[in-house]
Design a protein around this ligand. Structure first.
Ligand code: MG
Length: 254
């Protein structure tokens, strides 16, 4: 390439860069930022903690030591950082509304029973809406009663169950139903569930108390305990924590 050609190419490149810069400046000049006018409070800074572990703003419900955060656990067995149901359900001493709940569970390694009699337990949000815990690894049962079903309301989107004895995670987002002073529902409740990190309930509407023997019945309530079920099977639990969902309170324009 001759020096003349190189000079022409250099001049062309400079012209293109200059045109690009001018176009950018021009765009900036005519582009005015849209602002909502809402004054949002600054989101709190938290420590997310270790993977799977409680963030700094979590309420730790079971850290492997004891059931001091629960009522009814006299017969439950706490051993080696794990707790296992015996004798009856347990309920948190505190009551909660909208929350994010993390828990880890394992069905018994030794497989005993079939269908609903294999590794059955459950976690109840609002003390009455059961996200089923069951050994659903190669274990047929009714679909709205298998692991991660909102019991008798909706089956999980997929069966993400691990093998018996293996640790599994539930991450649950609970939006409690809202009622007015007359007990009429004004905003439905919803559950979103990740089972072993897999979405299995996607903003599923809560239709009412979940039970084996009657259809869902929605009754007015406010904050309520979290409940873990004793269903006769030695399921294991560990690492249970909860975060109440913060609700920003912005200042809105007149
Ligand atoms: Mg159950």
């Amino acid at each position: 390439m001759s020096s003349g050609q190189i000079q022409r190419l250099t001049t062309l490149a400079r012209s293109l860069i200059l045109a690009g810069l001018m176009l950018g400046v021009g765009t900036l000049a005519i582009c005015k930022e849209w602002v909502s006018g809402i004054v949002w409070p600054e989101p709190a800074v938290i420590d997310p903690g270790p993977v799977g572990g409680p963030p700094s703003d979590a309420v730790v419900l079971f850290d492997g030591k004891d059931l001091s955060q629960w009522d009814g656990g006299d017969k439950w067995v706490v051993e080696n950082g794990i707790v296992s149901p015996r004798g009856g359900d347990i309920r948190t001493k505190d009551s909660f509304g909208d929350c994010q709940l993390h828990l880890e569970w394992a069905s018994p390694e030794m497989v005993v029973g079939t269908s609903q009699q294999r590794g059955n337990s459950g976690v109840f949000l609002g003390n009455q809406y059961e996200v089923q815990i069951l050994d659903s690894y190669d274990n047929k049962t009714y679909f709205d009663g298998q692991a991660a079903a909102l019991y008798k309301t909706k089956p999980p989107l997929v069966n993400a169950c691990r093998k018996p004895g293996e640790w599994q995670t539930y991450d649950i987002i609970y939006n409690a139903p809202r009622f007015n002073e007359h007990g009429t529902i004004v905003k439905p409740g919803y559950l979103t569930v990740l089972h072993n990190g897999v979405l299995v309930q996607n903003h599923t509407e809560i239709l009412g108390e979940t039970a084996y023997e009657f259809p869902p019945i929605l009754k007015p309530h406010e904050r309520a305990p979290i409940r873990l079920q004793f269903h006769g099977n030695p399921v294991k639990y560990r690492n249970i924590w909860l975060r109440e969902i913060p609700e920003p309170d912005p200042v809105r324009p007149e």
